[in-house]
Design a protein around this ligand. Sequence first.
Ligand code: PLP
Length: 287
Amino acid sequence: MDSTESTMLAAIAWLNGRLLPLSEAVVSIDDRGFQFADGVYEVLRVYHGQPFAFREHFARLVHSARAILLELPLTEADLKDICLGLIDRNGQQEAEIYLQLTRGVAPRSLQIPTSATPSLLVAIKPPRLVASALRQDGVSMITVNDDRWAHCDIKATALLANVLALARANQVGAYEPLFVRDGFVTEGASSNFFLVCGGSLVTAVADWRILPGITRHFVVQLAQELGIPLEQRNIPHQELAEAEEAFLTSTFREVLPVTRIDSRPVGDGRPGSRTRALQDAFQQLLP
Ligand SMILES: Cc1ncc(COP(=O)(O)O)c(C=O)c1O
């Protein structure tokens, strides 16, 4: 078996009750996810055969689904069974689970259909791995105008603004864009953002302007356990110039140092001690 074949076998989908190779999982062109991005999603990491923070991901899925007036078609226990079944089938200890729930198939109309059945995809794939050089040395960000909608707390599949912001960052060689809305730093295109300023860890308050990241949630707890002062508040754009350290968080990146923002070094340009402490503490949490 060559590596492409083994990668293909490692990618399996549960689509509306059917188990399929990911490449064979297809939905109708009338699915409202395809037509309108009328859906929500989650991404979970599997470590040593265990889905990490399943409870927290499920709670966020419930929040997202409610926020778009979509009823979740299954319970937490049902969904966990599906995920564990996929992990078992896939046979890999390290994996990533992508879950997408859309409003289902209906003739194209903006009106919410009364009778459509929600469409649920749960797919398991090899995990995206972050190069150890980036974990060690850090990554760069550039600030971009946060022109996303006013419900960034919903993990909606409509990600075009995030796609374009990342393209802008990548065009100038930056790893991730850093959104700024009305003069305040919010988050990355697919990550939450933290900085250390005056000895305190600072991150944007979890309101409509950011996704309440699961990794962010654990990092906030860990900072409290490690005795690192923490402020969840608005971060003025100018404060970036005073940052001693910065990092971003997300499910597949975990805690990733940020050492340059808008081509200027953060602090001395190297990952700082608080970033390292939280990186290590996060690793200790994993199964
Ligand atoms: C906009 C945005 N913010 C933050 C995050 C990080 O969230 P989590 O830690 O739950 O992966 C993501 C993850 O994809 C995201 O898309």
